[in-house]
Design a protein around this ligand. Structure first.
Ligand code: NAI
Length: 246
């Protein structure tokens, strides 16, 4: 198994891409710590599905955008599991609207949840990973963080920030055996994209050379590659998972 006895912490993993990453890691033997905003049926269901794979799992409720709360979660994970090998910064939201209509609150919320949360958790796991001289940090960016997108200035800026954060962390911590990479998914079929209108959905799919949205499992497979030793010399990279969408 690719991740036997490893411990992975995944933020915002009660559903969607984060959940599939947790399941993919668990299938390869990793023990799973995951967070989301609140404990509810969804988080319980996810925990049950992970547990059924025969690994240890714990759920931590909290706002990933809160610096102190993120540090408390990491402390608790280290106390519960003893060590931490993989961090996946996955929690994210959209508040889409044209720039001229965008409120300060919509800007701030998206930057806080998508970008600051990645800083919070990366900051919190770094001392432990430095001590053990190993670690893999994976952050979810987006195709729009590379190309920009009308109606998503806040989201695209947060996802571009993820790329710069990732490359900087890779340079700062490479000498300590810590790798940092980003995944930039294109159009993935989750609750986040289900919120789009049918017309927007059709328009997106027509722009994708593979003529379909991606499945969360297809993002999880790339996360698995980045988490394990198959990518032992891959750091500071952005891997696009987008069906050749430009
Ligand atoms: P989703 O909306 O299905 O799941 C996101 C999860 O994050 C939810 O469970 C939500 O409760 C949680 N979350 C939101 N705010 C949080 C906070 N402050 N603290 C802790 N948890 C929080 O979204 P999806 O599609 O699974 O996206 C996962 C990541 O992938 C996000 O970072 C998203 O931006 C990124 N992504 C998604 C794409 C897509 O097409 N679905 C494309 C490109 C990137």
């Amino acid at each position: 198994m690719l991740l036997e006895k490893k411990v992975a912490l995944i933020t915002g993993a009660a559903r969607g891409i984060g959940k599939q990453i947790a399941l993919a890691f668990a299938r390869e033997g990793a023990n799973i710590a995951f967070t989301d905003l609140e404990a509810n049926e969804q988080s319980q269901q996810t925990a049950d599905e992970i547990k059924a794979l025969g690994v240890d799992v714990r759920f931590y409720a909290g706002n990933a955008a809160d610096f102190d709360a993120a540090h408390q979660v990491v402390e608790q994970v280290l106390a519960d599991f003893g060590h931490l090998d993989i961090l996946v910064n996955n929690a994210g939201i959209t508040r889409d609207t044209l720039l001229m209509r965008m409120t300060e609150q919509q800007w701030d919320q998206v930057i806080q949840v998508n970008l600051k949360s990645a800083f919070n958790f990366t900051h919190a796991v770094t001392p432990a990973m430095m001590r053990q001289r190993s670690g893999s940090i994976i952050s979810l960016s987006s195709v729009v963080g590379i190309n920009g997108n009308a109606g998503q200035a806040n989201y695209a800026a947060s996802k571009a920030g993820i790329i710069a954060l990732t490359k900087s962390v890779a340079k700062e911590l490479g000498s300590r055996g810590i790798r940092a990479n980003a995944i930039a998914p294109g159009f993935i079929l989750t609750d986040m994209t289900k919120a789009l209108s049918e017309d927007t959905l059709k328009q997106f799919v027509s722009m994708i050379p593979m003529r379909r949205g991606g499945e969360p499992e297809e993002v999880a497979k790339v996360a698995l590659f980045l988490a394990c030793d198959l990518s032992s010399y891959v750091s500071g990279q952005v891997i696009q998972v987008n069906g050749a969408m430009a």
